[in-house]
Design a protein around this ligand. Structure first.
Ligand code: ADP
Ligand code: MG
Ligand code: MG
Length: 451
């Protein structure tokens, strides 16, 4: 037994690679340069939210366990009154370099609980240390040139995003230095060390204190002022609710947990993300955005629009629309070119290639509408050594670049108060594995060597 009644804890080392992975510099720069355009696009989707709500309402018929529940939560929170129109997005847009088109293609845009900002910096520092101290070569020389090996600033980046929201809240509703950030985490959180980097950065750089709470404990542990709707935790006023939880149906096995989410949504604290921002990250929305007409509605002009569009993959709906007719044929005739995705986060949920026809046949055709059919990206295979669970594995690897961003905006007026690129992540997995999530047990945290 440890102090404070903690039971014995065991820590697992996050899986990582021993070497950085080469990545085309020009494509990395492009991914960085379109980060704020993507954020603007999603801020616009949320602020013109009737379209989003309509899309989510029809989705919720096919995905009653999660998207539908989030939508119901939003309706319930709205009934109680959403008093804070300003929302924070801490997001990560994920890409793979595609060897066929020779450009990066977007895997997905994550709007809730994006992870590995902290660990990506540490792995970058590790690779830089190994290189600078000559440990990669027998002669003690550096193996990688100086300017190609870059360390991600994402932990400080996400802290900067949170600071923007804290400052805004304190300017409008409180006074400087008076409030805290509430990290809402999962029970038995496995990724706490990654989150701690953000917590420490918030405090060291900006003097902002944060507290951690488990999602199911919220209702019993917080106080909400009836009049002002201000949120308090341990008698401290909370300016920002930062979810590192609430992204999967497994977390909401009890009605009380959904009530916690609704309660927080209807307080004056700024939510990261709000329910609408979270819902905008649905894979169905990513599919709908590949239609030029829909994209033009939410991002009529932007100097980076062409670059942004160049990252789109072909994604098909499987509903009763015209586009779905061809998709339903392709899914059975050429499944090897596709991945089938439900509206889920956190890895381990997709159906790949040859498994698609059998899976589709196993469910009623009306339920196919809850999925999207996405063309596979073909990343290059590199060589690396992975360290996982104390064992070394030499393998061919494929990599996924994550680009972090933060944006603070008014969901009612669409006014963007802050919008920035906030660092990067590289994850690599065994080249024969379809999935890539690190926490889900498929991938390793890696770093970039720009070529
Ligand atoms: P999640 O939200 O669960 O992370 P993703 O859309 O990121 O879902 O899919 C999980 C993993 O599946 C990705 O990390 C990637 O390795 C793989 N993947 C997803 N889409 C594609 C694609 N179009 N081409 C190749 N691999 C993909
Ligand atoms: Mg995701
Ligand atoms: Mg993903």
């Amino acid at each position: 037994m440890y102090p404070n009644g903690y039971k014995e804890y065991q820590a697992n080392l996050a899986p990582l690679t021993l070497f950085p992975t080469p990545f085309p510099r020009i494509e990395f720069e492009k991914a960085k340069s379109i980060a704020t355009a993507y954020n603007k696009l999603y801020a616009n989707i949320v602020s013109q939210h009737q379209w989003l709500l309509d899309a989510v309402r029809s989705l919720s018929e096919f995905d009653t366990t999660f998207t539908g529940k989030l939508y119901q939560c939003y309706l319930e929170a709205e009934k109680r009154g959403i008093v804070q129109p300003v929302a924070l997005g801490l997001v990560r847009s994920d890409y793979m370099y595609d060897t066929v088109s020779k450009v990066i293609k977007q895997v997905e845009y994550n709007t809730v609980s994006v992870s590995f900002a902290g660990i990506s910096r540490e792995v970058g520092k590790l690779h830089k240390f190994l290189n600078d101290s000559g440990l990669y070569t027998k002669s003690g020389e550096k193996y990688y040139g100086e300017d190609g090996l870059i360390v991600s600033d994402a932990a400080d980046g996400l802290a900067r995003g949170l600071r923007e929201a804290v400052s805004y809240y304190e300017r409008t509703h409180s006074s400087p230095g008076k409030t805290i950030v509430l990290f809402v985490v999962q029970p038995n959180e496995r990724n706490a060390f990654d989150q701690r980097h953000i917590e420490y950065s918030l405090f060291e750089k900006f003097g902002i204190v944060s507290k951690r709470i488990e999602l199911p404990d919220v209702t019993a542990s917080v106080k909400v002022d009836n009049q002002t709707r201000k949120l308090f935790y341990q008698d401290r006023e909370v300016s920002v609710v930062y979810y590192r939880s609430a992204y999967g149906p497994g977390e909401f096995t009890k009605k009380e947990t959904w009530d916690c989410r609704i309660l927080l949504e209807s307080t004056l604290a700024i939510k990261c993300p709000s329910l609408l921002v979270q819902l905008s990250g649905a894979k169905k929305i990513q599919q709908l955005l590949t239609s030029t007409a829909i994209l033009d509605k939410f991002l009529p002009t932007d100097e980076k629009k062409a670059d942004l569009v160049s990252t789109f993959c072909k994604i098909y709906p499987l509903d009763d629309s015209e586009d779905a007719t061809i998709a339903k044929k392709l899914a059975f005739e050429k499944p090897e070119n596709f991945v089938l995705k439900p509206q889920r986060e956190g890895g381990g949920n997709n159906i790949y290639k040859e498994e698609i026809p059998g899976f589709l046949k196993s469910i009623p055709e009306k339920d196919w509408a809850g999925f999207i059919l996405m063309e596979l990206i073909h990343p290059p295979v590199a060589k690396n050594v992975m360290l996982r669970d104390g064992e070394l594995l030499r393998s061919g690897t494929v990599s996924e670049l994550g680009v972090y961003g933060s944006f603070l905006f008014n969901e009612k007026t669409g006014k963007i108060i802050h919008n920035e690129y906030q660092g990067h992540l590289l994850r690599s997995k065994i080249s024969s594995s379809n999935e890539g999530g690190v926490a889900a047990g498929y991938g390793c945290v890696d770093s970039l060597y720009l070529i």
